[in-house]
Design a protein around this ligand. Structure first.
Ligand SMILES: [Zn+2]
Length: 278
């Protein structure tokens, strides 16, 4: 249940995702990784958005981001306690063609209702469920009692796209209005069915025996985030020009060819589509 007294809008958790960095600077929102933003890098020592598991926050760890995570946790009010923020909206960019993707780390009917309003009011919005065991989830949003992560794309890291900048700004302010309306009991109920996507698993690139990437995302799949992928459709194209066809279940790929995920050995994530009654 959303209590919504302490709300944090956060940008620059990844220092080269510039929509959030510059919105945080413009509006005085929380800039999560100023050192990485200064250098326009995703991170300095390790990915800050993988540092917020309770066991990590409570253990002796080194490196700029691990230390920063502990500072953020103390500043915001301590994950897992009453003093934790009620809600964090964390702003990210992706190089994938994901429009405005609202990622929910747990199913909360109030948050789903608010996201449904956003999805109806703006174009190219997707609701994405990536349910996490909150205590050990490494994401910054899980410091709060509830959170939404916005992935906005496609945008190359280290660059700005004016249209996307103003769209994310409008979405963030609309979130604040809708949370305020919810607090006052004046949030209109949505009705009907809403399309949602739930993450199933990640898929790596095909690799050779030395562990090197052996194929690229197929041009027919590039930019087709949230489109149906079924058996027989091309997914990768080898350096030798040979097509690799999908043999798995019917699904909806996301984060296709995300630049930051090459190091994580993720070529795309797979999701299933549902229609939830709200
Ligand atoms: Zn990010």
């Amino acid at each position: 249940m959303l209590s919504a007294n302490k709300i944090i809008i956060c940008g620059g958790t990844h220092g080269n995702e510039l929509t959030g960095v510059y919105l945080a600077k413009k509006h005085g929102w929380f800039l999560a990784n100023p050192a990485a933003a200064e250098k326009c890098r995703r991170y300095i020592d390790c990915d800050l958005n993988r540092c917020f598991a309770m066991s990590n926050l409570n253990s002796k760890t080194e490196g700029l981001e691990n230390i920063r995570a502990k500072v953020i946790n103390a500043m915001l009010g301590q994950k897992g306690t009453e003093d934790a923020p009620d809600f964090i909206l964390d702003l990210h960019n992706t190089t994938a063609n994901m429009g405005i993707t609202l990622i929910l780390s747990h199913m909360d009917s109030d948050i789903l209702n608010i996201c449904t309003h956003i999805a109806k009011e703006f174009t190219d919005v997707h609701i994405y469920l990536q349910e996490e065991e909150r205590t050990e989830s490494p994401y910054i949003g899980t410091v709060a009692k509830t959170d939404v992560c916005i992935e906005a794309g496609p945008q190359a890291h280290g660059t700005l796209d004016a249209e996307l900048f103003f769209k994310v700004e409008r979405v963030a302010f609309r979130f604040l209005e809708l949370i305020e309306a919810w607090k006052n009991g004046s949030l209109p109920k949505t009705s009907g069915k809403i399309e949602t996507f739930s993450e199933i698993r990640n898929v790596d690139y095909p690799r050779d025996s030395g562990g090197n990437i052996a194929a690229m995302v197929h041009p027919a799949l590039q930019g087709k985030d949230f489109c149906e992928l079924s058996a027989g459709m091309p997914v990768f194209l080898g350096f030798d020009g040979k097509e690799i066809l999908w043999e798995g279940e019917t699904c909806y790929p996301t984060f296709i060819n995300e630049a930051a995920y090459y190091e994580k050995k993720i070529a795309m994530s797979l999701a299933k589509r549902d229609y939830l009654t709200v």
